[in-house]
Design a protein around this ligand. Sequence first.
Ligand code: SAH
Length: 349
Amino acid sequence: MLGLKLEALEAWAVAQGQPAFRGGQLHEWIYAKGARRFADVTVLPKLWRERLGGNPDVEQADPIGRSRELIRSVASDGTTKLLLATADGLSLETVGIPSRDRLTVCVSSQVGCPMACRFCATGKAGLDRSLAVHEIVDQVLTVREVMGERPSHVVFMGMGEPLLNIEAVLGAIDCLCTDLGMAQRQITLSTVGVAQTLPQLAERALERLGRAQFTLAVSLHAPDQSLREQLIPTARAYPLERLLDDCRRYVALTGRRVSFEYILLGGLNDHPRQAVALAQLLRGFQSHVNLIPYNPIEEEQFQRPSLERVEAFRRALQDRHVAVSVRASRGLDQDAACGQLRRRLAPTG
Ligand code: SAH
């Protein structure tokens, strides 16, 4: 039921031989109150609840479709990382990141990821499957429940490549906005780029949501094709020039700016000369660059650059009139890099 709109829940209630208003009650209990199980929706007739609620020990039998919490890991700064189990027993990560005036949920769009970016812990184990709408929305509801606070922002920066799961990602954005009352502008979709999908994302967003006001963040990570290919093997099939052309088309179709993410790997892509090349590459783009100092992962020997080095890179961009920010690392003491909590449960390699 999670992921269904009011009208669909009403139609479902009617198909069950119940009056339509029961759908409205379900809607309120699932989204506003965060009911986990059908049996918890105590405004519904007891008999109906008992018939459909199933056995609370058998998670799959419950029609609402919430996940089960496997591990909770809370960092000293309050960042709360959760490992959740899907109905079919797969595990995925979601993170609640509190700050003074916001609570951001970093959601996964897939279980695992097939993109295999070299610096990314998630990519080491490959893809299990894409997530469905309810499994994405569940992450936001679960963080709300665990942290006792309404999430203000959602970023698709957890496990997975959102452009390989466009329909469910847009369905989840639709649900977050329509049913949970979030604004599209508070949602960011991060992608490393998949050939031929950016214009499709724009078109489908306009069709499904009426507008595309969420922020698109593109993981660039290198100012030239050859270094990008070294870091991101899938970039071979999608040259930087084409990726940037598609970004321009995306801007033209949606009227929204694109922002770029750039992971800083000490001695590899963090030279001020590379900042100059990046500024040149993005000339004419009304863009924003978000620098992400590398979060070390076990399998690789990349270096996290020093603060001075990060600052020099930032300044070189700023001097060339590129809007730039540095992402503060949160929850570093608790396996901050995406994919690390999951590996604690099921070590690979
Ligand atoms: N697949 C999407 C979204 C998930 S990753 C994408 O690639 O954009 C979200 C962001 O975290 C990406 O910019 C990714 O490059 C970055 N990231 C992955 N591993 C990291 C690490 N070890 N340290 C810092 N950033 C990392």
